[in-house]
Design a protein around this ligand. Structure first.
Ligand code: MG
Ligand code: ZN
Length: 186
């Protein structure tokens, strides 16, 4: 394995099919081959962090507990397949939220970088040893701000975000991003 030690991956539209304000376990549907991509990272010792904006919590569309239930379901499913996720980092905030405690202009909602920077510090890695993969330019901009290479995938909102993207690379999906990362870093 080469220099990449950590990968930050967006959830909705990157790992699982984008559905507006997803929180029900029965609506959780993996994008084809995203599981293989996650396995590839796990097998090669790359530590996986999922980073997800969950403004639906602030908007009162679902609760933080419901978010955690879905997370538990997802992590159990991944574990059964031999995929290790270090942590799921999430931002429950949104400026236009209706739940006062979450209706703040925070530092953790992507493209802000608080969650990512905390992990970089904790893992004691350089930005060049991490990669970020997401389907929106808010993901890409967060990765770019901290100086890591970024992949825009064309699943989820990727096609809409492609023309304006500042991503280092554009790939069809998470699986092609994973393959490309290993091809360039072996
Ligand atoms: Mg997304
Ligand atoms: Zn936040």
């Amino acid at each position: 394995m080469g220099k990449i030690k950590v990968v930050f991956i967006d959830r909705d539209g990157t790992i699982n099919v984008e559905k507006d304000h997803l929180f029900r376990v029965e609506d959780f549907e993996l994008i084809p081959h995203s599981l293989e991509a996650l396995k590839m990272f796990t097998e090669r010792g790359v530590r996986i962090y999922i980073v997800t904006n969950q403004g639906g919590i602030a908007k009162g569309l679902y609760t933080e507990a419901q978010f955690h239930s879905l997370t538990d379901h997802m992590l159990d499913a991944f574990k059964a397949e031999g995929v290790a996720i270090e942590r799921v980092l999430y931002c429950p905030h949104h400026v236009e939220g209706t739940i006062p405690e979450y209706a703040v202009d925070c530092l953790c909602r992507k493209p802000n970088t608080k969650l990512i920077e905390e992990i970089i510090d904790q893992e004691q890695i350089l930005p060049g040893e991490a990669v970020l993969i997401g389907d929106k330019n808010s993901d890409i901009d967060a990765g770019n701000k901290v100086g890591m290479e970024t992949y825009l995938v064309l699943t989820g909102y990727g096609m809409e975000h492609r023309s304006e993207t500042k991503a280092s690379f554009v790939t069809d999906d998470l699986f092609s991003a994973a393959r490309d990362i290993f091809e360039r870093n072996h």
